[in-house]
Design a protein around this ligand. Structure first.
Ligand code: SF4
Length: 366
């Protein structure tokens, strides 16, 4: 059994096994930004066989939240009588222009960082005269907590709480990327924490359709090496099935209670992902009766700006990075015009962004 803790001998054994298994070039994509950071932090990318190319997937929720939604959140936060609640990572992400929620707060907007969605209930109770809007962002891992918030808000009859929903779903975006004829991914390291909620059913369909191995993978050095070993082993054998490389945490069926909760509150909808365009069934929207909590119902949302709707105003190549077509150091702005202190795009802002990972762990080597 693997664990998230460092066991240098076992890591070395896994690395040696990968080197023995690998006889040809292979391109692997790790889906989650947390995995990207761990791969670079542990120097795994530097110790793999040269024939293995790692490309970094779209699994950073902050990076893929569309500019138009950020613009709407900022416009809401700027209005008197509204409290906008968000996770801290979202505050420094630019929308279609240079403004951020942080700059809106500096100009007097009431933007509050919360640590759990249920915190919003207490804020709404303390400020009955104001509309409290929760900017609900994240993958399948965070959607259940938003679903609990929606259920409690409705049950308690809170009339001053609204949700600006931006939850997104991983399997549809992987399907979209794999359908692209230019996609070079030959194996996927799926995000173990997402599979803990969703299970592996959707991944089985993807593996069969695209004839590629998918290994559910964790976040520690050993877990990542284990996932890479299982993926390479399948590739070398010509296999294409879903394997669980994270059995300590993930199982085939995921968390049925969390799935039920999400299905009660949300329904899949076509959703734009920043840098990636419209993803069929790529997001979640509130379903009846929870849709009465939607921020859209309050008539306060600005229509998307022309820049946001057309993707103009984006001065960075985050779409190419998120599709795995470009490694961050190949972006002309990387560590010149775009730095962690002065980011041009979300992948440099987010603690899970690929550009931030290269800046942090590879910056001094470039
Ligand atoms: S380095 Fe900066 S400008 Fe380039 S893709 Fe990353 S976030 Fe965008």
């Amino acid at each position: 059994m693997t664990t998230g803790q460092a066991h240098p001998n076992h890591q070395q054994q896994l690395l040696e096994a990968i080197h023995r298994q690998c006889t040809r070039p292979w391109t692997l994509m790790e889906v989650c930004g947390g995995q990207t950071h761990a791969l670079l932090r542990h120097g795994i990318d530097q110790r793999l066989p040269e024939a293995i190319r790692l490309i970094h997937g779209p699994g950073c929720p902050v990076c893929v939240t569309p500019a138009e939604r950020l613009d709407q959140a900022m416009a809401l936060a700027a209005q008197p009588g509204i409290i906008l609640c968000s996770f801290g990572d979202m505050l420094r992400v630019p929308g279609s222009g240079q403004r951020t929620l942080l700059s809106v707060r500096a100009s007097g907007g009431d933007v509050r960082v919360i640590y759990a969605p249920l915190d919003v209930i207490a804020i709404a109770r303390r400020h009955p005269e104001q509309l409290v809007v929760f900017f609900a962002v994240g993958f399948e891992t965070t959607a259940p907590a938003t679903a609990v918030l929606a259920q409690q808000a409705l049950a308690s009859g809170l009339a001053n709480l609204a949700l600006l929903v931006c939850h997104v779903r991983v399997p549809p975006v992987l399907a979209s990327m794999l359908e692209d004829p230019s996609c070079q991914v030959q194996a996927i390291l799926a995000a173990g924490h997402v599979c803990t909620v969703t299970g592996q059913r959707d991944y089985e369909a993807l593996a069969a359709r695209h004839r590629l191995p998918i290994v559910v993978t964790g976040f520690g050095a050993e877990e990542l090496l284990q996932g890479i070993l299982q993926a390479v082993r399948q590739l070398e054998r010509g296999q294409h099935r879903v394997e669980n490389g994270y059995p300590r945490v993930a199982n085939d069926n995921g968390n049925p209670a969390a799935q039920l909760l999400v299905n009660q509150v949300f329904q899949p909808v076509d959703t734009p992902w920043r840098g990636l365009g419209m993803i069929p069934a790529g997001g979640l929207a509130l379903r009846w009766p929870y849709d009465r909590l939607a921020a859209e119902r309050h008539g306060l949302l600005a229509p998307p700006s022309r820049e946001a709707a057309h993707g103009m105003g984006e001065r960075c190549l985050s779409g190419e990075v998120l599709r795995g077509r470009l490694l961050p150091p190949a972006c002309p702005s990387f560590l010149s015009h775009c730095t962690p202190e002065h980011p041009l795009g979300a992948p440099m802002v987010s603690s899970e962004g690929a550009c931030a990972a290269y800046a942090r762990y590879h910056g001094s080597r470039l």
